[in-house]
Structures are given as C-alpha cells and as structure tokens.
Design a binder for this molecule. Structure first.
Ligand code: PLP
Length: 403
C-alpha cells in the first residue's frame, strides 16, 4: 500500500493563522455587532501604486496581440527584471551581483521553503527563535528535524537561537557546529534588526564552520536607521556563504500579485558543487517561471516614479507603526520593533501567556493580533501587532487599548 511522507505528521497542529481566523470567526458569530480590528496577519492593505498598475495594463495589452504575446518565459526570470534588480537593489548600494545570480520567483515563502531541498537531510539546521514559521516547517517536512518534544516545544535536532529582550534580540551564535543557518532581518515577528558589526559575526561563523546562511530580507524596504544592512552582501565575504531572499510583497504591495527573488552567488559552493547551478537545475525542473505581466509590474518598481510611490505606501505603514509603538508605550506596555519593520512586538502582562493575551484583547477590545508563541518557544510572553491596518483602525485600536 502507498505510504505517506510521515514527516508531515510531525508538523505542529494547524497553521497559526488558521487557528486565529477560526477564533476570530467564532467570536464574530457570537458578537455580530462588534467591530473587530485586525492587526494580526502581515498582509498589506493599500492598493498597488499607479505606476505599477500602468505597467500591468500595458503588459496585459501586449498579451492581447499576436506580435507581443508571450508564452513560457525563462524559468529564472526575464532579463529586463533581473538587470533592474542588479542595478537598483545592489549596484546602487555598492554591491556587485550578476544577473545570472538572480532567480525570480512567485514568492519568498516558496523560495525559503524550497531552498532546503538542495541540502542533505543529515545537515543540522539552526533557526532564530521566534521566527517566520516556514523555515522550520519546510525542514520538518523534509525529515531534517527529528521528533517534536511536547515539553520543550522544540524539535530534537534543531538548534534554536533565542532572540528575546534579555539578549536585546541579538541571537547568540550557536555553540555547536550547524550547517544551515536561517536569519531573517528585519525580523518577523520581532521587528528588530542587526547592524553591520552584528551581522559580520554570522558571516564569520559560517565561513569558519562551513555553513550556509539563508538570509531573508523580505522587509528590507522598511529599514530607516543607518548602519542596518539591507542585504547580507553588504558584509564582506558573504557571497561565499549566503543566499539572500527578497520579495516584492511588502516592498511594493505584491502579496496578491506574487513576485520575489533569490540571490544565489556564483562564489557559493559546497565542495566543488556550485549552488547557483544546483538551484538553477531545481528551478528549471520544478518551476515554470513568473508570469510576464507580473514581472513587468515588478520592473515598474524600479523607476523614479515607482520608487516614490512605493515609498509613500511604506511611509504610511511606518506612521501606523509609530502610532502603535507610542500608543502602547503610553498605555504602559514594553514594546520592541516598529522602527525598521512593520511589526511591533510587545511584552504581554506578567503572568499571562501569549494566547491568553490574544483572547483577552479579542474579547475585551475586539482587536486581533498574533500570539508570540506561534513563532517559536521563545515567542511565549510576547505578542505581535502589524502596521498594515488602515490609519483609522490603527488609531481606534490604540484608543481602545488606552481606555
Ligand atoms: N519572509 C518573511 C520573513 C515573511 O514574513 C513573509 C511573509 O509574511 C514572506 C517571506 C513571504 O513572502 P512572499 O509573499 O514573497 O511569499
């Protein structure tokens, strides 16, 4: 009889956001007159910038004519977009990346989930804790994590690197040798960042231990402070040890359009094997490219007008972040993040768990956030609010909390 991949059965219960959605739906059904404000899921709410919409219309029209119609595109992405990325995201910041090192995809979720396929299941993985759940879950599915220990809330073979208020959200380098290191900065969920000196230590560790860093910088466009790297390749030598993931989702409101990219430098090798060649092989086999219309939309991000418009949207969200941060502080909460990321990470009141705080906030203030424990064991005792709501709802949420 056919057997399933039993590793899937080790995944922890239901996905965080479906549990939240169910709780919210139940509450709304019982309280139909209550206006619930959702600051839970990290999804953008502003419409796509006009310059990008214009490009989408134009590309759609091209599809309608025999002369300009496009079928399958290159699996790696069209050169017109790869070249713009090289120029605007890297060259302008003094980083040299070749277009063949850029792989356009339909999401950083897929890329960060798929990348582990290139590596042996014997490798030891290390994740910062708390963090975006995809890194861990994709490794659970692959059978790299061992069994789950209900008492600790951890997988046997995974190295968890706590990032909490106690260490100022700078995770410690692993004491043991690890092979695959997942880093996400600006961090989801804590909203915190590492500066250049701090990130340099990780590149050094990877070099000394023969490890690879998977650097997720999906939120780099939200960085406002100096000395915070937007790319891991701002650190010398990182091209020999790191793969970077970027996304248009939060940068340009593409969560529903779907476009992202991975950078796999040619210098990156395991023994004699080029990871660029391996990822190329993987993509050509399993992926048929991002739609032409989508890539044209992404190309429009790299124009003066496109940049101005997406930055206005980001500024809007970051003003929400400021309102939340200051609002919570005035109400006596200890808050982190929200300066270089659209996430605000708050300490829940003493003696409460993250889920208890979730229920209290939903029932008493009709506000939805995300319990920190959903992002890893070290997220317990914390709670995430996002700056992606409307201004009106953000202000109202803070007024409700103040009362
Ligand atoms: N990486 C991080 C850290 C995220 O928080 C998210 C989305 O929330 C993603 C990747 C997914 O990005 P995409 O929409 O490109 O799949």
């Amino acid at each position: 009889m056919i057997k399933i991949n039993e590793n899937y059965l080790k995944l922890q219960d239901s996905y965080l956001f479906s549990t939240i959605a169910k709780k919210v739906a139940d509450f709304q059904a019982k309280n139909p007159d209550k206006k619930i404000i959702k600051l839970g899921i990290g999804d953008v709410t502003l419409p796509i910038a006009p310059k990008i919409i214009e490009a989408i219309h134009k590309a759609t029209d091209e599809m309608a004519k025999k002369e300009t119609f496009k079928g399958y595109g290159p699996e790696q992405g069209y050169d017109f977009l790869r070249e713009k990325i090289v120029e605007w995201d890297y060259k302008k910041r003094g980083i040299s990346i070749e277009k063949e090192e850029i792989f356009i995809s339909d999401g950083a979720k897929c890329d960060t989930g798929n990348i582990q396929e290139l590596f042996s299941t014997d490798n030891i993985i290390a994740i910062t804790d708390p963090v975006y759940p995809v890194y861990l879950d994709s490794n659970v599915m692959a059978g790299r994590t061992g069994s789950f220990d209900k008492n600790t809330g951890k997988f046997e073979k995974v190295v968890y690197m706590p990032a909490t208020a106690e260490n100022n959200f700078e995770p410690e380098l692993p004491k043991e040798k690890v092979d695959m290191l997942y880093l996400c900065f600006p961090n989801n969920p804590t909203g915190t960042v590492l500066n250049k000196e701090q990130l340099t230590k990780w590149v050094k560790y990877a070099k000394e231990n023969g490890s690879i860093i998977f650097f997720d910088s999906a939120y780099e466009a939200y960085i406002s402070e100096e000395n915070v790297p937007h790319s891991i390749y701002e650190i010398e030598g990182a091209k020999e040890v790191a793969i970077e993931f970027r996304s248009f989702s939060k940068t340009a409101g593409f969560t529903g359009v779907r476009c992202a990219y991975a950078v796999v430098p040619k210098e990156l090798k395991v023994g004699e094997v080029s990871l660029n060649a391996l990822w190329n092989r993987r993509q050509c086999t399993k992926f048929n490219g991002v739609p032409y219309i989508t890539q044209k939309a992404a190309e429009a991000v790299y124009t003066e007008e496109g940049q101005k418009q997406i930055k206005e949207n980001i500024a809007y969200y970051m003003e929400n972040a400021r309102i939340i941060r200051e609002g919570l502080e005035k109400s006596g909460y200890t808050v982190y993040g929200g300066k270089n990321a659209p996430y605000i990470w708050l300490k829940v009141p003493e003696g409460m768990t993250s889920w208890e705080f979730f229920d209290k906030l939903l029932e008493e203030k009709n506000i939805v956030g995300t319990p920190g424990s959903g992002f890893g064991p070290s997220g317990e005792g914390y709670f995430r609010l996002t700056a992606f709501g409307s201004r009106e709802n953000t202000i109202e949420a803070m007024n409700r909390i103040k009362q």
